[in-house]
Design a protein around this ligand. Structure first.
Ligand SMILES: [Mg+2]
Length: 365
């Protein structure tokens, strides 16, 4: 099989519930998700679907990198050779980006190669990866943003909890006093529901230690995510030594070596690699293997459309973050069935594009 043509486009997918306060969202930057969409056409009538996302750029550079530098490296190649192609792209682009923009753009292509692999073998991706389970635990992640009041969080979360989801993750980190109050009230209202907290790197070490003790002793959180800067491995080690609450992180790590540094120092209890930021599923799987060696659960960052396959495929991937930002792109995104997330039927990712809606999200230059 050979790659004949690759179609690509840049989308701005509007958010049903903004990530930021109304004031911040007014800047126009935080109320949509920048998305690269690719379709890899082969000489055997199979088409691979891939996508990647970005949060803080317009995405023009991602699209240019993809179209000018990456797609030409794949034309004429066998799409089943995902390792060889990852290596080819790595060495051909190394001087402009072993990670970051180049890898993020390439991840859309790598995802499409895995989708194609499933289609070529007529197997859903999760079966191809290992077929560990038919559905997976899922937690709500878009119902408790920093700008939301306790009442707004409860209103937004109830439909998820009523469906039997594992629980919710609550954003913290901007104001410790407010976090203290908010979590106390949420715990009262949600009683024995699983709650995790995510500080998105915004506490300093001393605050993270104080808040971590509060989260573990008074709230009983499932995990404490990104307590401090992702660049401070030593800080994570100190927190892990002093706190019993499981520390989770990984969404901001861009390579196997960065994960290795954390894991060899026992700085994390839950590993959260991001498919897009790692350059695709090929590299993501290597992080999952690293975590498995150390008996650490993996919970993929975002992209439930892909994460559901990773979790149903691999034993160590034990939960999925339900952030349905890209659901509007598809006719059949993964559904919650009795509180668990199940992959759509069909080979590869099993996803079918909603082409009419996709057209409305297209960025025109
Ligand atoms: Mg997070």
């Amino acid at each position: 099989m050979r790659i004949r043509r690759i179609d690509s486009e840049l989308l701005h997918v509007p958010l049903a519930r903004p990530r930021a306060s109304a004031l911040e969202a007014a800047s126009g930057r935080l109320n949509h998700i920048v998305t690269l969409l690719v379709e890899v056409h082969t000489d055997e009538q199979l088409v691979g679907l891939g996508f990647a996302y970005a949060l803080q750029t317009s995405g023009r550079a991602l699209l240019a990198t993809l179209q000018d530098d990456l797609i030409p490296l794949l034309i004429g190649e066998d799409p089943l050779d995902h390792e060889r192609l990852t290596s080819k792209v790595y060495w051909r682009t190394q001087t402009v980006g072993r990670r970051g923009l180049v890898q993020q753009a390439y991840s859309a292509l790598d995802v499409a190669l895995w989708d194609l692999k499933g289609k070529a073998s007529n197997l859903p991706l999760y079966k191809l990866l290992g077929g560990t389970r038919e559905s997976v635990e899922v937690y709500g992640s878009d119902t408790a943003w920093l700008w939301m009041s306790v009442e707004e969080i409860l209103d937004a979360s109830r439909p998820y909890l009523d469906q039997g989801m594992k629980g919710i993750k609550v954003k913290v980190g901007a104001n410790p006093a407010e976090d203290y109050d908010k979590l106390g009230r949420l715990r009262e209202a949600l009683d024995d529901i699983w709650i995790a907290v995510d500080a998105n790197e915004r506490y300093d070490l001393a605050t993270a230690l104080t808040m971590g003790r509060f989260f573990e002793e008074e709230i009983g959180v499932g995990w404490f995510e990104e307590p401090i800067s992702c660049e401070d491995v030593a800080g994570h080690v100190r927190l892990a030594e002093k706190l019993d609450v499981p520390l989770a992180a990984g969404e901001m790590l861009f390579g196997l070596d960065e994960f290795e540094r954390y894991l060899e120092q026992e700085a994390l209890a839950v590993v959260q690699p991001d498919v897009t930021r790692l350059g695709g599923i090929t590299s993501w799987l290597k992080v999952a293997a690293l975590a498995e060696r150390r008996h650490l659960p993996v919970s993929p960052h975002l992209l439930p459309e892909i994460a559901v396959h990773l979790a149903c495929g691999l034993p160590g991937v034990t939960s999925v973050e339900y952030m349905p930002w890209l659901y509007p792109l598809f006719v059949n995104p993964p559904k919650i069935v009795q509180g668990r997330l199940a992959p759509p039927a069909g080979p590869g990712l099993g996803l079918q594009l909603d082409r009419d809606r996709v057209a409305t999200f297209r960025v025109k230059f």
